[in-house]
Design a protein around this ligand. Sequence first.
Ligand SMILES: [Fe+2]
Length: 173
Amino acid sequence: MSNPLVTVIEKCVAALQSADPQGSIETILHDAAAGPAVADTVAGYAKFSSLDDLAIHRSESLTLLAGSLPPGFSAAPHNHNLWSVVSVCRGQEDNRFFRRNGDGLEQIGEASVVGPGTLANDADVIHAIRNPLETPLLVLHAYGGDLFATPRSNWDPVTHKEVPYDWKQVRSD
Ligand SMILES: [Fe+2]
């Protein structure tokens, strides 16, 4: 059987030519998240030691990640400096949103994305995510550029100061 994510990737790449790439990709990923074949495939992306391991597509204009994030997984506050779309196939992704305040951050909101569901974020968003459930969180994430080549930040968990992005500081579970 062919990997259903191949079709999802093709649709997302084609959507980059649309008038609203982020909106078009949100629609594509919402439809994809609702399909059991896509969710079952994403469930297989459970072994990863770095974010790069989850990349199913990477170009200058689009990065797509697919991942099964275990119970207890969390990512400390970070930004992307790219527009993004969160798509949850199964499970729940809790987001907290922040803005810079002095040398640190202050929380300005929160949102839970329950599968199948999506959330679009602007390029200047700072967020932290968490899997609050006892089941894996199956996600597809899209970013409007090369996430791995884009300078970005996280906030030191101890000092709360903005530092160059370091996955080892961001992930905990
Ligand atoms: Fe993020």
